[in-house]
Design a binder for this molecule. Structure first.
Ligand SMILES: Cc1cc2nc3c(=O)[nH]c(=O)nc-3n(C[C@H](O)[C@H](O)[C@H](O)COP(=O)(O)OP(=O)(O)OC[C@H]3O[C@@H](n4cnc5c(N)ncnc54)[C@H](O)[C@@H]3O)c2cc1C
Length: 408
């Protein structure tokens, strides 16, 4: 790693003069070439260890200070890159701010069991606790996710049948943790749920996190690691002073000045927050129904989320709020008496297949966007994959297949 704790003062040597690697003929030929003005050995032919140790820190510009851009910045800084994150607005006010923060890989946000997106989502879920602990330590802001899991409930017989089929598919895909719960068990677990609940699928491994806190923690970790965050600064990708540019501008990634065009579209989502209904046991689990999801937070219950093709519009509308509240009341009838706390909207960055776009666009431009409904869930693995691509020259094998090539 180029930022090893051993101080380096000269080419491949420690302060004590010890050689950090055996001199290689490739390296020597390269150096001779540079010194004599002859053609040096291309860096791509250097042994990986030497390439990493001898290159001066990579200067990376990241376009977009949402969860994705900031997490990549943090990981790159940890490996010694010099990083500046640019946002044309205030940091973290895009989709990451609007997000419900569900890490709902097994409740079905990652699509049907067994797809490449499902595999990526489940990998991300497995990484989340360690990622959150490390970030909490680095930033001094607690982002350890809640771990009660998700209850996917069926409110009538037809839904129960659909849910049963999904449950079998997940079990067949190797998820042994999921449980099928009968009506009386569900009622004991969550007494506030409607008496019409027929059955539920418990996904105990799912998590949830406050996405706004996550962004605050990432921004703080970036600053503490020596990175710069430039808010209210629009950049031209062709002109920005950097060796590598990472395009992480969420739903706006297709229209960043100087960047190649990419197939990303905004998908609007509206959400509502309620305060607890007096005298009613609050939910502990995240609850999914066919219509909505309910996310318990301290002193709040989030209800989400609509999916609307309305361009970049983020107006909160009466019709969508009504749909969300109707869906919430169907699951928890006592919510009729809950005080209304807030409502907001954001735009998810969507690709044609709902999976993220991760990879190289040109020699100098890397893309990390299109996370759709799963950007918060996919934050740790995206940061890991893009850091490897920028600093080691290749994506890890598990992140292959999410590039532009899949769109022909
Ligand atoms: C209502 C809703 C609920 C959601 N719930 C969940 C959930 O429960 N779980 C989950 O995992 N995901 C959820 N998502 C999706 C998730 O929020 C996104 O996938 C994720 O936040 C995307 O992060 P990002 O950093 O790519 O984009 P953003 O957070 O949108 O950040 C992009 C940033 O780029 C900046 N930018 C744009 N153009 C430029 C430019 N030209 N130059 C510089 N900066 C620029 C923007 O100002 C913005 O700050 C939800 C999304 C919505 C809208």
């Amino acid at each position: 790693m180029c930022t090893g704790t051993t101080p380096r003062t000269s080419f491949g040597r420690t302060e004590g003069g010890q050689s950090l690697f055996s001199p290689s003929s490739v390296l020597q030929r390269h150096v001779r070439g540079v010194v004599r003005g002859a053609t040096p050995v291309p860096r791509t032919q250097w042994p990986a260890q030497i390439a990493r140790m001898t290159v001066s820190p990579r200067r990376v510009a990241i376009v977009g200070a949402g969860a994705i851009g900031l997490s990549i910045a943090w990981r790159l800084l940890q490996r010694g890159a010099r990083v500046t994150v640019y946002d044309r607005g205030p940091l973290g006010r895009g989709a990451s701010w609007a997000s419900a923060g569900l890490l709902a890989a097994t409740a079905g946000h990652g699509g049907p069991a067994g797809t490449p997106l499902d595999a990526l989502c489940r990998r991300a879920l497995g990484r989340w606790d360690a990622f959150a602990r490390e970030l909490t330590d680095a930033a001094g802001i607690d982002v350890v996710p809640r771990s009660e899991g998700t209850l996917v409930v069926a409110l009538d017989a037809a839904e129960a049948e659909r849910l049963g089929t999904a449950y079998e598919a997940w079990r067949a895909a190797g998820d042994d943790a999921q449980r099928w719960l009968a009506r009386d068990v569900v009622a004991r677990l969550e007494p506030a749920l409607a008496g019409t609940v027929v059955a539920a699928r418990l996904c105990p491994n799912d998590r949830q996190v406050d996405a706004r806190r996550l962004v605050a923690a990432l921004a703080e970790a970036v600053r503490r690691a020596g990175g710069a965050v430039r808010e209210h600064t629009e950049v031209d990708v062709e002109r920005v002073d950097a060796d590598v540019v990472v395009l992480a501008a969420g739903a706006w990634s297709g229209s960043v000045p100087g960047a190649p065009s990419i197939p990303i579209a905004p998908l609007k989502g509206q959400m509502v927050a309620l305060r607890p209904t007096p005298g009613v046991t609050p939910l502990r689990h995240v609850v999914f129904t066919r219509d909505v999801y309910l996310v318990p937070r301290p002193g709040r219950l989030l209800v989400g989320a609509t999916s609307e093709a309305r361009g970049f519009d983020t107006t909160v509308t009466a019709g969508s709020v009504r749909l969300l509240l109707d869906g919430a009341r169907r699951a928890v009838p006592t919510l009729d008496d809950a005080p209304l706390d807030d409502a907001w909207a954001g735009v998810r960055p969507m690709t044609l297949d709902g999976a993220p776009l991760l990879g190289r666009l040109t020699e100098r431009i890397v893309v990390a966007t299109g996370h759709g409904r799963n950007g918060i869930l996919l934050t740790p693995v995206t940061a890991e994959a893009i850091t490897a691509l920028v600093l080691d020259g290749a994506l890890p094998s598990w992140a292959l297949g999410f590039g532009m090539e899949r769109f022909g």
